[in-house]
Structure formats: structure tokens, C-alpha cells
Ligand binder design. Sequence first.
Ligand code: SF4
Length: 302
Amino acid sequence: MIRRLEMHLTYGCVQGCVFCSESSRLARFRGAHLRAAEVARVLAVKRRQGCDHLTLTGGEPTLHPGLPAVLAAARRLGFKTYVTSNGARLAEAGYARLVLPLIDELCLSVHGDDAELHDSLTRCSGSFGRLRRALAAARCRRKLFLLTNTVVTRRNWARLEAVLRFILARPGVRHCLLSQVAPEGRGAQDYGRQAVPFSWWRRKLPALARLAERRGAVLRVFGLPLCALGKRQDCSNDLYFSPRVTVERGGAGLRETVSLRPTRRRVQPPLCLRCALRQDCGGVFRRHLAEFGTAGLRPMRP
Ligand code: SF4
């Protein structure tokens, strides 16, 4: 049974991140937020089908005028609520007071450790300041499970340890996700210039994982094959993936996509046939292979 429901609630954002994987869909459906009746119908149907965990994403879900009502309705139906956000509106004290009590798990996007780096990646002046205020508001809510997501590019790679230290210095952060650039939207436009090669990840990941663990947090990575993680394969998000159904705008109505494995846009090239990890590994982004070839892959001996 699929228990996770992911809903793309909005098609708008105040930022313009250089790696935004949703940029094409945001342009196509600009402003066409999911309507209250559409959301209510999906929640009721999916709850009956067994879903009990709701992820609200976008675009930026806090821009949806009905977000508090959606969260309250989901809670009443028995969903655990998870929201991904760049902090846009959670920086406003009144809005944070209204919405945070309705969220069980909040994931805030942190791409730099200062305004210069973060704002240059989000292409939005003031975004780091808003993010800091959102982080501060979230830490006041003890019951909230607070996560962060950092999209890792060649522009923040050299500062990644500092970014992680910044995150871990915020009280309440329990889970840090580092994401490879996803080759969709703007992330696809110049993937080769933005994405970090696997050999770099393999060298740096153990120290980053230790840093998080020393502070009592969990470090996970998204979008990388297991062999790119060296001895820290336990950090792969692939190993903890739960099947999900994604609901988003598509054409005239809504579109549903079921994901049983973390293999979206990823493949295992022929050399993986001799790898002992291939059942658990989500593979490599097809685009990564096109840009970098198989040089960074290390099939594991049985
Ligand atoms: S060699 Fe292939 S199957 Fe093995 S860990 Fe790497 S990408 Fe995954």
C-alpha cells in the first residue's frame, strides 16, 4: 500500500533558483494553484486508499492562499503533514504563528551560509534574511520535526562544510539533506556546469556525515548512486525511499504519478550488471552519464 501523498500545491515562487527543477512547470502553469475543491477531493480519495502522510510542495507552498485550511483539513483526515519551503512567508511572524502548529515536518531550503552565496543561488535578494527568520520561527515549535535541503552545485561546493555548520548551529535541525542538482527545468539547462562529479562527493562525504552526527543530526544525500558515496552508503536517501503518489497539474486537470523506487530520470548503465549493490541503488541521472560518462562509477564486488 502507498502511504505517501505528494501534492504540488502552487505554481509560483518568489525565488528563481539557478538549479530549479520545477521552473518549466512553473512557467507552464504559472499562478494556477490547486483549487480548494481539487485539494479536498484528492485528500479524501487518497486517505480512503490508505495514504496517511502528505507532502505539500510547489513552487512555494506558502504562497497558496489556502495553505492553513489545507493543512487543517489534512490533519482532520488523519494525515501527517510535511511542507517544503524556502521560508518565503514563514519569515512573517503572524503567518508562522498560524501555520507552523499545523505542520508536523518542515523542510527549509538552505543553499549558502551567508546572504551573498545563498541569494546568488536563489537569485533573490533578501532570501537569506527571510530564511533565517523562518528557521528561528521553526525552532520555537518543539514538536516540529525540522529538516533542511541544500542543493549542491559547483558554486557552493567549496563552502559546503560551512553551509552545514551554519545549518547545524540552528537549534532544532535534526535532518540535513544534500541534493545533487536534478536535471529538470533550469537544472537541466546547464547540468554539466552545475553538477558535482562523483569523485568529489566520495572524498568529502565522510567528513560531512561525521560533522552532522557529532551534532546529533542525520545526513542524507539525494540523487547519487551508492558507489558515489564511498564508505557512507548509509547516507543515501535511496535506502529509505517510501513509495509515493504525486499529484500535480497536468493539462486541463490533475495528473497522478506513482513512484515505487527512487529512480526518476536515473538508469544503471551496463557496467552496473556486475555490481553487488544494484538492487538497492537508484542509479545515475541519465543526463549525468551524458555529461560525465561512467568514469565516476565503481561497481562493488559481490
Ligand atoms: S556501479 Fe551502478 S549499481 Fe553499483 S552502486 Fe554504482 S551506479 Fe549503483
